[in-house]
Design a protein around this ligand. Structure first.
Ligand SMILES: *[C@@H]1O[C@H](CO)[C@@H](O)[C@H](O)[C@H]1NC(C)=O
Ligand SMILES: *[C@@H]1O[C@H](CO)[C@@H](O)[C@H](O)[C@H]1NC(C)=O
Length: 473
């Protein structure tokens, strides 16, 4: 009898599989972290909870709870695994044993019991059995001393705390907030375009937003989706099409269209390649952001939402959408395409000339730990984390859109030249979503790989789109 029971139990676990067990555990973690219990600590750990509930539950049962302070506690046997969210009388009432609390820890005048946790920025601290807090030692995206270090030093830029980054580890920042793979060696060896006759006067200050009002698109927010490959590509193409069509079309192209549909050798919200994105924009084309809005991943960033837009050839290289807009309130599913991108020389003057003549360009850059806290000024990577352990100093590859340049006199009287660039971390980051970074010294490798492109626009397009606009009035 007994062996039959054991056998069926094993079978059950086999059927459940490793994946399911992991999913249950990860769901459990979320339930735990969401609980304010872990932030506030225990104020009244005594009393009858499971007893008043009228019993305990075997196995895992997410409904087996009792109101507890300003949250809930659990009376299912599953809570035993993490200890922290069991009701205080769980051990005595449900198991008939002494609570496994050996030590108590103090925090802000409150007592915590062994196994209880709270989160300090990006690190989980657990009350250890010896009565001491044991905290994880991750480097966080926001470190108070890094902010102070930058703001006290004379680095030429200011740092700030961003609530959207607070509580995330530096590794998570690099994993979820960037998302451009370094171009392969072959791509990096791509011929640089030579611009001849650079005799034209280049101004000391230039901003695409001022030269082409209404045609330069505002920075978007990629959220926790590592798809700067799609965001920077769509942004540069949007600006170029608007400039080239002289404002007849000002589409904001959809990064989501690229994230969900350009999936060959691309990782969606887990990173991708800009050469792949340009290939897609040229051969398949994308619709606008209004038509195919961005939807940041809810569960794991690696999930890629199903592709909801296809196009077919209608001759002469042009394409037409075969599906309606995923946003059902939008009827303009026109497909926008580009010509093949071209690589610019890393020479500062050539990049400037290109921007001035044709519009914003795309650039890859290395993002270091201190870039996340940039608020204003002219960014240069600082040495403020050089005294800390190596895992506080990390970097990853990102891509952005350069829209202009300028120069500023520093406190010591020398001139600091800068680029003006758009990031994709929302408009509350940096200078309204933009940042300035040192120019002419390949800061963070921003001058290493710079890309320009043309939209694919015919006279017919300009006429049709013009017509569109008039009809809607
Ligand atoms: C539950 O807690 C009790 C008391 O500490 C312990 O003896 C028992 O092994 C635990 N059971 C599981 C499944 O963790
Ligand atoms: C940053 O902001 C968060 C809230 O968004 C706050 O809890 C935290 O204390 C702040 N950290 C620093 C270093 O200012």
């Amino acid at each position: 009898m007994k062996s039959v029971f054991i056998w069926s139990c094993c079978l059950f676990w086999l059927l459940l599989g490793k994946g399911t067990a992991e999913r249950i555990l990860s769901r459990r973690t979320r339930r735990e972290l969401a609980s304010p219990l872990h932030l506030e600590g225990i104020r009244d750990p005594y009393g009858s909870y499971c007893q008043r509930r009228g019993g305990c539950c075997p196995g895992r049962d997410d409904m087996c709870t009792v109101p507890y302070l300003d949250t809930i506690c659990y009376c299912d046997l599953f809570c035993n695994r993490t200890v922290a969210d069991c009701c205080p009388d769980f051990w005595g009432h449900c198991l008939g044993v002494q609570p496994p609390f050996i030590g108590t820890c103090e925090r802000n005048g409150n007592k915590f019991l062994t196994g209880q946790t709270y989160k300090e920025n990006c690190n989980l601290c657990t009350c250890g059995s010896t009565g001491r807090w044991e905290c994880e030692q991750n480097a966080c995206m926001i470190e108070a001393d890094m902010i102070q270090g930058v703001n006290r030093g004379r680095y030429g830029w200011r740092a700030a705390n961003y609530s959207q980054f607070y509580g995330m580890t530096l590794d998570e920042g690099l994993r979820y907030r960037l998302g451009t793979q370094r171009p392969s060696r072959t791509i990096l060896n791509m011929n640089e375009m030579q611009v001849y006759g650079c005799s034209e006067q280049i101004p000391l200050y230039f901003n695409s937003v001022e030269k082409w009002p209404g045609k330069i698109h505002e920075p978007l927010d990629q959220g926790n989706c590592a798809a700067s490959w799609a965001f920077s590509t769509a942004a540069v193409a949007s600006d170029r099409i608007s400039i080239q069509s002289m404002g007849h079309m000002t589409p904001q192209l959809s990064p989501q269209n690229l994230i969900s549909c350009d999936t060959r050798n691309q990782g969606g919200c887990a990173g991708g390649r800009i050469d792949g994105a340009w290939w897609y924009l040229r051969r398949r084309g994308v619709v606008t952001e209004e038509c195919y809005p961005f939807s940041p991943p809810q569960q794991t960033p690696v999930e890629v939402a199903r592709c909801m837009m296809q196009s077919r050839s209608v001759g002469r290289g042009k394409r037409q959408a075969t599906q309606r807009c995923p946003n059902t309130y939008n009827y303009h599913n026109d497909i926008y395409q580009s010509t093949p991108p071209y690589r610019l020389s890393s020479n500062e003057k050539e990049i400037m000339k290109e921007i001035m003549d044709n519009g914003p360009v795309q650039a890859i850059m290395e993002v270091h730990e201190d870039f996340f806290i940039y608020k204003s000024g002219i960014y240069k990577h600082t040495d403020v984390s050089f005294t800390k352990p190596p895992h506080y100093r990390k970097h990853g590859t990102h891509s952005v859109r350069i829209i202009g340049w300028g120069e500023e006199r520093k406190v010591d009287g020398t001139i600091q030249k800068y680029w003006i660039a758009a990031n994709s971390w929302g408009k509350n980051w940096g200078e309204n979503g933009y940042f300035r970074i040192a120019r002419g010294e390949n800061e963070c490798e921003i001058e290493t790989f710079v890309i320009g492109v043309w939209g694919r626009i015919t006279m017919e397009d300009m006429h049709n789109h013009h017509h569109h606009h008039r009809k809607r009035k």
